[in-house]
Design a protein around this ligand. Structure first.
Ligand SMILES: [Zn+2]
Ligand SMILES: [Zn+2]
Length: 315
């Protein structure tokens, strides 16, 4: 439900966005827009950072962006009912961003979701979800038709291959996909979420002008990062050529700092941190950026209102 002051707030934010003037004048709905980092890691299966996944709660919408390892456990930890999740948006189809989908989809069904899981993602998403349905045909048949007779609709998936542009709009929440540059991994998207306040997340990408364009006016910019030196020291299974390629598909702290300086978010946040422990990430960022920046951690939440409030799970 949207109050009059919220509508006024929206109008003010729209003007601010058009003029690229970051003046925010209303405290309305401050707790109405919250981003929670479910997983801030990448393929490495460490306990300290689960696979990449971000929950965006905006009004009555609960949107999940990427579904890495452990996303379902994090949602359960937050006591988010699986039936309340509006949909899943994928930045790209690398396995670290998708390996948690069967868990969210099927465990969500077992634990009460009686409607299809909706999934938006780059070309290949529809095919991947259709193949997952085939892979889990035995379980779906048993639970739906034979054993506990779970509601049939909850085992369904509505998947959509998307292109750049607005991909979702409901109840005052707008999700816009924009192309990023993840090397040969094409297409790969970042997403911008507008709901009074503005938030953008990068997905996996190396520096790209398109992100800077689409992220303009955002309050919070969540960006991936790789520390090339720390990565090279910790990853010994890759050849030097493979390592070089991986580094080239991501963004260094110095490069991210330049992006933050140009976007000027109220808060920049690192997630998808490669490798998981990068002690130098902030000092390197400070070479090119002087503004607010946080190194994300699993279950850290960011409330977006007239001010930005960060809560870490230890607090
Ligand atoms: Zn990744
Ligand atoms: Zn990737």
């Amino acid at each position: 439900m949207k109050c009059v002051s919220c509508q006024l707030f929206l109008a003010q934010k729209l003007v601010a966005l058009i003029l690229y003037v970051a003046v925010f004048t209303s405290a309305a709905c401050a707790q109405d827009f919250r981003v929670t980092l479910l997983g801030t890691g990448n393929p490495r299966p460490v306990m300290s950072r689960f696979g990449p996944s971000i929950l965006v709660e905006a009004g009555k919408e609960k949107l999940v962006f990427d579904c890495g390892r452990g996303a379902t456990q994090r949602l359960y930890q937050l006591k988010i009912p699986f039936s309340a999740i509006t949909g899943l948006f994928l930045t790209h189809l690398h396995s670290d961003h998708t390996v948690g989908i069967p868990d969210l989809w099927l465990t969500g069904w077992v634990m009460g979701r009686a409607t299809p899981l909706q999934v938006w993602g780059p070309e290949g998403t529809e095919a991947m979800m259709a193949h997952l349905k085939e892979a889990y045909a035995f379980d779906i048949h048993i639970r739906r038709d034979v054993d506990t007779k779970l509601p049939a609709a909850g085992a369904e998936v509505i998947a959509k291959d998307i292109e750049e542009g607005v991909v979702y709009e409901s109840a005052g929440v707008k999700v816009t996909a924009f192309l990023v540059d993840h090397g040969e991994v094409k297409p790969a998207f970042g997403y911008r979420i507008d709901h009074g306040g503005h938030s953008a997340l990068s997905g996996d990408t190396r520096p790209t002008e398109n992100l800077i364009k689409f992220a303009q006016g955002t309050d919070v910019l969540i960006h991936e990062v790789i520390d090339p030196q720390a990565y090279a020291e910790t990853v010994t299974s890759d050849s030097p050529e493979q390592r070089k390629k991986t580094i080239e598909h991501h963004t260094t702290p110095e490069q991210a700092g330049t992006i933050f300086t140009r976007v000027k978010p109220k808060l920049a946040v690192y997630s998808h941190i490669v490798p998981p422990d990068v002690p130098e990430v902030i000092p390197h960022t400070r070479k090119t950026y002087a503004g607010p920046v946080e190194v994300g951690e699993d279950l850290m939440s960011i409330e977006i209102g007239d001010k930005i409030t960060v809560r870490r799970p230890s607090q």
